[in-house]
Design a protein. Structure first.
Length: 394
């Protein structure tokens, strides 16, 4: 009767079961009520099983009083703490990394870098003014590169001059002392210096360790000492830092040592008997440098059987590295103003054969000189070493 009053049909087990399923679907469609019940049950269980705990961390930010949740939200990551003051964060981002402040400035650079930077900025401003006042990101890059290219082209000659000047300054005392030039202005001193300069240039005598007897071609200690002073002065110098250029030493580097490092140039300064500054210009000394290269090539070809030039180049590097780790660059007695030749590295000094600047013709090594050098090596080849232990052949 109860089922008949409610539906108008007699009740049966099937209809009652359908009615229960209908109510179950309605309950599932309302997850909030179920979740509330489940959450309430869980809360009760937690209350019974374990005591309540304080939050692990509470933000001390004055504008945030609510504690941080102990667990991240479902499906998300834990939010970053806001306990760091925004003002403190700003200070950390602008930390001082250069002497002038947070950003690199021209005044923080060394003189050479500053000169290039200022010149490049000037070029860039001109390019923007002349080509495109509003370059986009794609157009800005080529303008920057072009400004640096123009800067390098404009200042490149100054860099060359700086390098040659540095070589002259470092090796000038070596040439004056090791070749035996005298200081003074009396007639005897002037005559002695002039005669010595002429003799050294005659037949490329200054290329030999024994200048008088012309023995020991490419074994004058001045080039090894010059190499040490110029490229192996410390562990951060070009020699140890760039082995791709200096291990072994290159033929052109030996020619540069002779030409730029005051060997040829200083001898020219004494041709008048009194040392006078001779301009070390490209126009005057480029041809001499090229003559040294040609002479080295001739020497390499003439002694190819024993690869003498390769051994010389390798030995210069090895002695330079050993010298860098075990000895000062220039062992000069300041009181006596002389070089301690007992510890000198005897190493190749490239031939020159160049005549004084006033006389344009220059001579290269003759075949007789090359033959004599080859014969000398064949008769005493055991004295040649690779210089790995700092040893230098006599």
């Amino acid at each position: 009767m109860e089922g008949l009053c409610q539906t108008g049909f007699p009740s049966n087990p099937v209809s009652e079961r359908s009615h229960e399923l209908h109510h179950l679907r309605e309950n599932r469609a309302q997850p909030c009520n179920m979740n509330d019940g489940i959450a309430t049950g869980r809360t009760a269980i937690q209350h019974v099983v374990e005591p309540s705990r304080e939050p692990r961390h509470t933000s001390r930010h004055p504008r945030q009083d609510s504690p941080r949740s102990r667990l991240p939200d479902a499906g998300g990551k834990r939010r970053q703490s806001t306990s760091v003051d925004l003002e403190d964060l700003h200070l950390m981002q602008t930390a001082k990394i250069t002497p002038s402040g947070g950003r690199p400035r021209a005044k923080d650079l060394d003189d050479l870098s500053k000169e290039h930077t200022v010149h490049a900025i000037d070029e860039f401003r001109c390019l923007v003014s002349a080509k495109n006042l509003f370059p986009n990101h794609t157009e800005e890059g080529p303008l920057v590169h072009q400004s640096w290219d123009l800067t390098s082209e404009a200042l490149g000659e100054q860099l060359h001059h700086h390098l040659r000047g540095e070589m002259q300054t470092k090796i000038k005392p070596l040439t004056e002392v090791m070749y035996g030039f005298r200081s003074g202005h009396n007639k005897k001193t002037i005559a002695f210096n002039r005669k010595l300069a002429e003799d050294l240039k005659e037949g490329a005598r200054f290329a030999f360790k024994d200048v008088e007897n012309k023995k020991g071609l490419f074994k004058h200690p001045i080039l090894q000492k010059g190499c040490n002073a110029m490229w192996f002065a410390n562990r951060r110098d070009e020699g140890p830092s760039h082995p791709e250029y200096f291990n072994p030493l290159r033929l052109e580097t030996l020619a540069a040592l002779l030409t730029c490092a005051r060997t040829e140039n200083t001898i020219d300064e004494y041709l008048t008997g009194i040392r006078t500054d001779v301009p070390f210009t490209v126009n005057e000394y480029r041809c001499i440098y090229e003559t040294h290269i040609k002479s080295l090539q001739e020497f390499a070809a003439h002694t190819a059987k024993y690869q003498l030039l390769d051994k010389i180049l390798l030995r210069v590097h090895n002695v330079g590295r050993f010298h860098l780790e075990n000895a000062p660059c220039l062992l000069i007695d300041a009181d006596r103003h002389r070089i301690d030749t007992n510890s000198s590295e005897v190493f190749p000094d490239v031939h020159s054969g160049a005549q004084p600047i006033s006389a344009a013709p220059m001579s290269t090594l003759s075949k007789a000189v090359l033959d004599a050098a080859l014969k000398e090596y064949e008769e005493d080849s055991e004295t040649e070493t690779e210089g790995e232990d700092g040893d230098h052949s006599e």
